[in-house]
Design a protein around this ligand. Sequence first.
Ligand SMILES: Cc1cc2nc3c(=O)[nH]c(=O)nc-3n(C[C@H](O)[C@H](O)[C@H](O)COP(=O)(O)OP(=O)(O)OC[C@H]3O[C@@H](n4cnc5c(N)ncnc54)[C@H](O)[C@@H]3O)c2cc1C
Ligand code: FES
Ligand code: FES
Length: 476
Amino acid sequence: MSDVTLTLTINGALVPLKNVSPTMTLLEYLRDSGRVGTKEGCGDGDCGACTVAIVAEGADGKPQYQAMNSCLIPLASVAGQDIITVEGVANGALHPVQAAMVETMGSQCGYCTPGFIMSLFTAYYDRAVDDFSLEGNLCRCTGYLSIRRAAELVNETAPDDTFATHLNQASAELVPLDYSGNDQYFYRPTHLSGVLTLLQQHPDATLVAGATDLGLELTHRRQHFPVMISLEAVAELKQVEQTLDAVTIGAAVPLSHIETNLHGIFPSLDEMLHWFAARQVRNRATIGGNLGTASPIGDLPPVLLALDAEITIASITGTRILPLADFFKGYRQTDLKPGEVIVSVTIPKAIALGAVRRLSQSYKIGKRGTDDISIVAAAFTIDLDANDRIVHARLAYGGVAATPVRAIAVETMLMGQPWTLATIQNIKPTLKAAFTPLTDLRGSADYRKLLIANLFEKFFVECQSPEETVAGVVLM
Ligand SMILES: Cc1cc2nc3c(=O)[nH]c(=O)nc-3n(C[C@H](O)[C@H](O)[C@H](O)COP(=O)(O)OP(=O)(O)OC[C@H]3O[C@@H](n4cnc5c(N)ncnc54)[C@H](O)[C@@H]3O)c2cc1C
Ligand code: FES
Ligand code: FES
């Protein structure tokens, strides 16, 4: 197996590689091979200096240029894929996004510029250049005004034919991979049965999806992974299914697909995805990976707990379905047994028996708007009957305990109560005392306790406003 070649396409040229470590990052490879236009800033997905464009499947199933942080991508994860770096965008003349940056003087020291160029490049082919296309790129010295002007200018430019034609002819299909290099094995099966067989053969293998969490183990902790099984190409894990009653999201579906394809169904999910990391991370991060980290500050668990999600787990012996509430067992511990993999997450659409409307929203409190980790994340679901009495309540939080948690005692107290400010004021002391959060660099325990109670009151107040109702609260 060691003479198997790992092939990438970089700026239109086929690059066959042998005996390279599959977990070398794409950024390391690019720079080691002389493609030093792509910069390293933070090395952990936060600054966007290492952004490249990769042809990947878009939410509509068609090939799309997607901005991704090359510092977090294991080389083998992009085997067979088409990668454009900053060296590849000028085609004789400057590319329109480069010309716009020159025109508006969008660069000073220039260190961040290749990353901005690549984010603008991918957004340009979506015809969707805006602040959100640049949310994952930091600039320390130019000032964002001139970069934003460049983005506005790009929107006024006609599409460039070279790359549009290239994209039309490109394939985003992830082919199976069975590679070894540097005494490490990297498998990319395309069916669940392949994953389960491999897990049986290699019980200590590490599952990897978008690597936006695991990538940090490679870059910062220099951890060695002898055997990795990629889930990115597994057909059964990449599906999104909708019925009248529920939505089922495959564990390997990238968050950017969920954002687009399920928009408007669960407002609390829409809201949380909006504040989740930044575009480059959401293009790779998966829902299964977010649950798999079992991070107490993972942003999707509170939303999914408040929506009574269930997860489907598979092993070679069969499949089991577990309420998400039973999945988190302790700090970064889950109920997953050796040989098991998360297949999908199912979110019921139904509201409680006897309810006539549902109120549901999520909140993320961080130090800054985008690309930050939560101090506290919260998600609430309240179902009301015709007399505005609470018939179903879910209050779920991240950042307040060793695992994502529900305030079950308060949920019980709320049952049958009128949906009024007096009810909220009544339960607030119990809610504030429900958890014993830690003090850390992000916030004190007291601040977190205040947030636990005040975010629920904020939710109540926002539900009274007609504008907020349109923005984020479902009326059913
Ligand atoms: C810059 C940056 C910003 C971030 N911002 C946020 C944020 O705002 N909110 C937030 O919640 N997180 C954030 N994260 C963390 C990370 O992006 C998410 O947790 C993401 O959802 C992980 O998904 P992944 O596919 O990349 O997982 P991976 O890194 O591939 O895997 C993570 C873990 O899950 C396991 N795993 C993956 N898939 C499965 C599966 N199907 N079955 C069983 N185990 C599995 C892996 O073995 C691994 O242990 C951020 C990360 C970075 C680098
Ligand atoms: S180097 Fe900062 S995001 Fe990759
Ligand atoms: S131009 Fe210097 S960091 Fe952006």
